[in-house]
Design a protein around this ligand. Structure first.
Ligand SMILES: [Zn+2]
Length: 124
C-alpha cells in the first residue's frame, strides 16, 4: 500500500513510491539533476542578450544554447518517462532560466560603454 506524502521541493502531494530519500517528487528530482546545466544556460542566455544589445553576432551563442538545451532535454527525458510531462518540465525550466537571465542577470551584467564586465557568472 502506498501513502501520500508532501514533496519537500514543490509542496505537491504525491505518492510516496515516486519520491526519493529526500522526499522529492519526480519532477523535483529532475530539476535538481539539471541545476548545473540550467545555470550554464542562464549564463549563456544573458550573454546572448548582451551581444544582441551590442549588435554583435549571436550565432555562436545560439549554437551553444542549442547544444545545452539538447543535453538538458536528454536528462529530463531519461528521468521522466512520461513524454508530455518531460516536455512540460523542460519548457518551464528553460523559459524560467531565460526570464531570470533577462531580468536579474541581464540587468546587472549590462556593461556601460567602455566598461568590461568582470567576473560575470561567478555567482552561479
Ligand atoms: Zn516536487
Amino acid at each position: 500500500m502506498s501513502i501520500r506524502v508532501t514533496c519537500r521541493g514543490c509542496g505537491t502531494e504525491v505518492d510516496s513510491s515516486e519520491c526519493d530519500r529526500q522526499v522529492r517528487c519526480g519532477a523535483c528530482q529532475v530539476k535538481a539533476s539539471i541545476a548545473v546545466e540550467l545555470a550554464e544556460y542562464r549564463r549563456l542566455w544573458a550573454k546572448r542578450t548582451r551581444y544582441l544589445r551590442a549588435g554583435a553576432s549571436i550565432a555562436g551563442c545560439d549554437r551553444q544554447l542549442g547544444r545545452l538545451a539538447k543535453r538538458i532535454a536528454g536528462k529530463v527525458h531519461q528521468r521522466l518517462l512520461n513524454a508530455r510531462q518531460a516536455a512540460e518540465v523542460l519548457n518551464e525550466e528553460l523559459s524560467r532560466a531565460r526570464q531570470r537571465a533577462d531580468t536579474a542577470d541581464g540587468r546587472i551584467l549590462v556593461p556601460r560603454q567602455g566598461q568590461e564586465v568582470i567576473g560575470s557568472g561567478a555567482r552561479a
